[in-house]
Design a protein around this ligand. Structure first.
Ligand code: DQA
Length: 145
């Protein structure tokens, strides 16, 4: 099984950014946890990070030619605003699972709405790096069905 892991804006600063919310693991360390979990589940993963909304959309589209079976997407703050990413999630033929390190429902009111999650297969939030591993378990379950 092949999957993309797409991290949105500001996630490149994990490990130094708002440590009390996001923990002290760097993005490379988070990706290592995901890679390890993915290997055990039989996933071949490709990792991406971008601050740009359009690039997230293009990465989702590129999953079609790459033949991915699914995508784990943390759109970061775009989750709360981006109808364009939501439409891209609706446009691709594979399942997209939205992932958040923090529990967005336990934070500021404006974070409790995710317009991108409306288009996703499902959402995992609040478990730090383990959110991504849980999302891979869920993705495998959906694909095996
Ligand atoms: C986040 C939650 C978003 O609200 C925030 O803008 C982020 C990270 C998370 O992983 O918890 O940048 O997506």
């Amino acid at each position: 099984m092949k999957a993309f892991v797409i991290h949105g804006p500001n996630l490149n600063l994990l490990g130094t950014r708002e440590l009390s919310v996001y923990g002290d693991s760097s993005l490379d360390e988070v990706n290592a946890v995901i890679e390890e979990g993915g290997k055990e589940l039989g996933f071949e993963l490709s990792f991406w990070q971008t601050a740009r909304e359009g690039e997230i959309i293009e990465l989702l589209h590129s999953g079609i030619a790459a033949g991915v079976d699914g995508v784990l997407l943390n759109p970061a703050a775009y989750s709360h605003t981006s109808r364009a990413i939501a439409d891209a999630v609706r446009a691709v033929p594979f399942p997209v699972i939205e992932v958040h390190l923090s529990n967005i429902h336990a934070r500021e009111q404006w974070r409790r709405t995710s317009v991108t999650a409306e288009a996703a297969k499902g959402i995992v939030a609040g478990f730090g790096p383990h959110s991504y591993v849980a999302a891979l378990v869920a993705l495998k379950g959906v694909l095996d069905r």
